[in-house]
Write a new protein. Structure first.
Length: 390
């Protein structure tokens, strides 16, 4: 709690190492580990920025996209190993988050949360980065199942402080639905993060079991874009090998397509209690995008036969979006003025370099133009309605 205000951070990250996942692997899956050995990379060794990892640990990774060419230059500039790494941003916080909080250091993470005044972390996972590209659902699901067991223990050690998503892969629909059914009632589970699969549309009828399983368990559906890794964002091949363009476009473009596909596909009509949300994609573009979607439904069609206007889906209490602190007070106020104060959620991106640890929540609660009732919704109520919390 921060100065009497409960704080629900709707976008933080966790990337358990191979060593952390190993105790949770299926016995049968262990026999296949040699197949993944060539995709093993060392954990991040740089201790001068965040996230900081134990350099003796490892991850599986393939399909990483480095984007090496600076704008205005003819050729890529650097040959640095792509996995060292995925977070190139300049950290501007006053203090680095603790070592290992991106992995399994739960106690250190709790200490950081207490220092910031944060009550709940919603943790977005990186699970077997790029493994879906191998076209072997058994390998992908082996890592996903291990992550769910890891998350159960990690969150269970501190009830009410951590929330996590169930990962659902479009390459293994029956197995993913079984995971939702098995874990969906657990108190740490906040929602389902679907990976449609390579070249699989999100709105494809084949994925319908995901939405039904989530609705049956009263779980949210969430989108979080990626920049450097699969599942790739729309247009990732068109970034001219430039990191600025890729990071600029990836998160909002992915969220724009996701919400348009989900709403336009009529999924919210078929499941009238299902909640939908986007994380770490910004919100300043939402007023424009809502109006454009509404116009294009009438202008070109090719959507499901929608029962409501797009504005009604977005402002009706079932759509949520986490803010980016860089959007700042004036832009967040503008979005609230356009769409209301019932859908935006505070988020810090901890422990990635965009967070402002240990000042992230205090910076946002210091926005004086946001009325106290709206600030309470931003910092706690909206995320609690979307994701659940203590």
């Amino acid at each position: 709690m921060l100065n009497g205000q409960k704080v629900f951070d709707a976008d933080t990250h966790i990337h358990p190492s191979i060593e952390s996942l190993e105790p949770y692997l299926d016995p049968g899956f262990r026999a296949r580990l040699p197949e993944l050995e060539k995709y093993k990379v060392g954990a991040r060794s740089d201790q001068t920025t965040t996230p900081r990892e134990d350099p003796s640990r490892h991850h599986y990774a393939l399909g990483l996209t480095g984007y090496r060419r600076p704008l205005g230059e003819a050729e890529p500039r650097e040959s640095k190993d792509t996995h060292q790494r995925l977070h190139w941003g300049q950290y501007t916080g006053k203090k680095l988050p603790a070592v290992g909080v991106i992995d399994d250091a739960a106690e250190a993470r709790i200490a950081d949360m207490d220092e910031e005044g944060t009550d709940v972390h919603m943790m977005v996972p990186d699970v077997g980065i790029g493994i879906s590209l191998l076209g072997d659902p058994a390998l992908e699901m082996g890592l996903i199942r291990a992550y769910h067991r890891f998350a159960a223990d990690f969150c269970g050690a501190h009830p009410g402080r951590f929330k996590a998503f169930l990962v659902a892969s479009g390459t293994a629909i029956e197995e993913s639905v079984a995971e939702i059914q098995a874990w969906g009632d657990a108190p740490w589970v906040a929602g389902v993060w679907p990976y449609p699969g390579p070249d699989q549309p999100l709105d494809h009828p084949q994925l319908e079991p995901f939405w039904k399983a989530a609705a049956d368990k009263n779980l949210a559906i969430v989108h979080h874009s990626m920049t450097w890794v699969p599942p790739y964002f729309p247009g990732y091949r068109d970034m001219d090998d430039n990191r600025f363009l890729a990071r600029l476009c990836s998160h909002p473009w992915g969220a724009m397509k996701f919400m348009a596909s989900f709403i336009g596909g009529g999924i919210l009509d078929r499941y009238p209690d299902l909640r939908l949300g986007i994380l770490e994609s910004g919100v300043g573009w939402l007023p424009f995008w809502v109006r454009r979607m509404e116009d294009q439904v009438a202008y070109v069609g090719f959507t499901a036969d929608l029962k409501h206007k797009v504005t009604d889906y977005v402002t009706g209490g079932r759509f949520f979006a986490s803010i980016e602190m860089v959007e700042d007070e004036d832009m967040i106020k503008m979005v609230m003025d356009f769409l209301g104060d019932d859908l935006l959620m505070y988020a810090s991106d901890y422990p990635h370099a965009e967070c402002k640890f240990p000042d992230s929540p205090s910076l946002v609660t210091g926005w004086k133009s946001i009325p106290p009732a709206s600030m309470k919704k931003l910092m706690w109520d909206n995320a609690q309605r979307f994701l659940g919390g203590s």
